[in-house]
Design a protein around this ligand. Structure first.
Ligand code: ADP
Length: 175
């Protein structure tokens, strides 16, 4: 499907309308891709996150939900923050919650007028989601959503080649 791009790289360098942050519910930054995005994007992102916490989500952004902020110094226009499930805590809801991250992030991207969006491998780092299962969920969810949106482009950006290969191998028979 030529609406889907699968690549290795640093998502903070993606020149797309929106990049997705695998945030935690505090929205105050953290490790992994979250830390990289806040470091590269600067304080504008954190300020916008603080405002969202105060005005919309005083108890934190729930797992599976997504919100958009400006992208500060990044080439992207927006950062869409979503909270992936922590694998050892999500029980029977893991797959649904992970799929919601992709669905809600894409929905927000469309709402803010974006036609391209780049995703990291949500939950597969510190949050411990098995990479093969996460790949199935990410790919199937995005592929289904794109059937209704032939004007959208989605990139899956992996931090290293090994993760990209796992993803490609997992989805191969379905492409
Ligand atoms: P989570 O807490 O949701 O597991 P992590 O940031 O720990 O989030 O990891 C999610 C994925 O993002 C991991 O596969 C990790 O290798 C990847 N990652 C980390 N930094 C970057 C980056 N700068 N660009 C793209 N992917 C990244």
């Amino acid at each position: 499907m030529d609406q889907i791009i699968i690549k290795t790289g640093d998502i903070t360098e993606e020149n797309v309308c929106a990049i997705v942050n695998a945030a935690n519910s505090s929205l105050m930054g953290g490790g992994g891709v979250d830390g990289a995005i806040h470091r590269a994007g600067g304080t504008q992102i954190l300020e916008a996150c603080r405002k969202i916490r105060k005005e919309q989500y005083p108890d934190g952004l729930p797992t599976g939900e997504a919100v958009a902020t400006p992208a500060g110094n990044l080439p992207a226009k927006f950062v869409i923050h979503t909270v992936g499930p922590v694998y050892h805590l999500c029980g029977d809801n893991c797959a649904l919650l992970l799929a919601s991250c992709y669905t809600n992030a894409l929905k927000i991207a469309i709402e803010v007028g974006c036609k391209d969006i780049a995703f990291p491998a949500i939950s597969t780092g510190i949050y411990g989601y098995p990479k093969v299962e996460a790949a199935h969920i990410a790919y199937e969810t995005v592929k289904d959503l794109l059937k209704e949106r032939d004007d959208m482009k989605v990139s899956f950006v992996f931090h290293n080649n090994e993760d990209k290969e796992i993803f490609l191998k997992t989805i191969q028979e379905k492409r």
